[in-house]
Write a protein that binds this ligand. Structure first.
Ligand code: ADP
Length: 457
């Protein structure tokens, strides 16, 4: 551990949820930045000698505004202490928020912290951009209106979101409800004229007192123009698409040394295990595909409600099969088709059924990692959260992606000398062969599992 600011930390990002953080980190690695994801604000400095970007994962998307602001300020303070040159506030590409926040209030608080006393004549210095677009995933912005594929945001399904229903696609108007400051637009017609024109427009808007600038974005070319125009702003905000475009600009500024393989991980070691608590359609296909080739053990929430016996049985099942360093993979899963999930929920309630499964998979992960599992794949967003806290994971080094948006990562956990290779897949990500292919990809990336004979559950 070191508290000395890393001279070469270029980007400090603050993400408003865990999978969003990973998505951004994954894009940064692909664009050539060596990236660390930390879970919450670390208590101390970290050794960041070979790190170009740190992404702090918060849970600030849907929590009360004051909490989101407080956590984001703690994160920015920590990142500044690490010497970050630019701060990136990352939110969802569908601009998930409500009239109360949290995008507007967090962006305002970060701006005020980064530039506390703007000179009267330099109003533009307290300005940031809002770039939610992620064109390869179909999220584009035109005339300030956000599209998901060929639908406006408010006609994309997002209008029914349980926590933050998005009923207006006009982001200038949406954000105006969340901040007392002026909101403006950097239009596509200006982007078409290039980065100098975009920079001039931002500064004119700044002089007119516009603090937040929604940016149109139709394609990767627009993202590159925006990145060139904003590279020197202390704060940028947006989705992970902007994270793809910024590293090239950092390189042009001479801030970023060329690295050959930004996602290089240490050799993987230990037995291989898949834990699945996701009942999403893509995961169900992946479970079926895996079970046709490897062995698995099914956990039933109704049996878990009776006793811990299924946990012991699952552990015995895994121990019998994971006996060597490169043993496995085997699968332990609660994933079930909608009718089975409904039946469990009807008896136990949805919350209790979920908790029983999450607690069981968390216990199984902790026990088996302590016994030698070193390559662990977890399916399910909530399930991943439960496993990550059970293992006491604080930071993840981001490797190469397995499928879009899902990278291998490595972390240190108590009681295990070698790094733990961990892949966290939320619901609908990944191709049908994801569970098996992931381990082949890891071997390609890091070589054969090391320490034969020493490890195994
Ligand atoms: P996803 O990313 O696919 O949404 P999550 O892990 O976020 O997956 O959410 C799935 C939820 O369903 C978790 O709370 C999990 O514990 C719960 N769950 C898993 N299997 C079952 C089951 N058989 N019956 C009821 N709930 C389940």
């Amino acid at each position: 551990m070191s508290s000395t600011p890393a001279a070469n930390l270029v980007l400090g990002a603050i993400a408003d949820d865990f999978t969003g953080a990973t998505d951004l980190a994954n894009n940064l690695v692909r664009a050539g930045m060596r990236t660390l994801q930390v879970i919450g604000v670390p208590d101390t400095g970290l050794a960041l000698d070979d790190v170009d970007a740190v992404v702090v994962a918060l849970k600030s998307r849907s929590c009360p505004v004051a909490e989101a602001v407080g956590d984001s300020l703690a994160a920015v303070e920590w990142l500044q202490g690490q010497g970050a040159r630019q701060i990136f506030f990352k939110y969802c590409s569908t601009f998930d928020s409500t009239d109360a926040g949290n995008i507007g209030p967090v962006a305002d608080a970060l701006l005020e912290r980064l530039q506390p006393t703007p000179q009267e004549e330099q109003l533009s210095s307290q300005q940031t951009v809002m770039v939610p677009a992620f064109p390869i995933n179909g999220r584009t912005v035109y005339q300030g209106h956000l599209f998901v594929g060929d639908r406006l945001l408010n006609d994309s399904g997002m209008q029914h979101h349980p926590l933050n229903p998005m009923q207006d696609a006009d982001l200038v108007r949406v954000l105006s409800h969340q901040t007392p400051h002026r909101v403006g637009l950097l239009a596509r017609s200006t982007l078409a004229e290039g980065a100098d024109a975009a920079r001039a427009r931002l500064s004119a808007l700044g002089e007119a007192g516009v603090r937040h600038v929604i940016c149109d974005t139709l394609d990767e070319g627009d993202l590159s123009v925006i990145a060139a125009a904003v590279v020197e702003l202390p704060l940028v905000t947006g989705g992970s698409g902007l994270g793809q475009a910024l590293p090239a600009e950092y390189r042009k500024q001479g801030w970023l040394a060329p690295v050959e393989n930004a996602g290089r991980l240490a050799p993987a070691s230990g037995a291989a295990l898949v834990l699945s608590g996701s009942c999403s359609r893509a995961t169900l296909g992946q479970v079926e595909h895996f079970l046709a080739r490897h062995e698995g053990f099914a956990l039933d929430p109704l049996a878990l409600a009776e006793s811990d016996a299924p946990i012991e049985e699952a552990l015995a099942f895994a121990r019998a099969r994971l006996t060597g360093a490169d043993a496995g993979p085997v699968l332990i899963y609660a994933s079930a088709a909608p009718d089975a999930v409904e039946a469990a929920q009807a008896t136990l309630g949805a919350a209790r059924a979920g908790e029983l499964v999450e607690r069981a998979l968390a216990t199984i992960s902790r026990t088996l990692v302590a016994e030698g599992v070193g390559r662990l794949l977890v399916a399910g967003g909530e399930t991943s959260g439960a496993v990550v806290s059970a293992l006491g994971v604080e930071e993840l080094r981001i490797g190469e992606q397995i499928d879009p948006g899902v990278p291998w990562t490595q972390t240190r956990v108590a009681g295990r000398e070698a790094p733990l290779s961990l892949a966290l897949k939320s619901g609908n990500f990944g191709g049908v062969d994801f569970f098996t292919r992931a381990f082949a990809v890891l071997t390609e990336q890091t070589g054969q599992p090391a320490h034969p004979g020493e490890e195994g559950a």
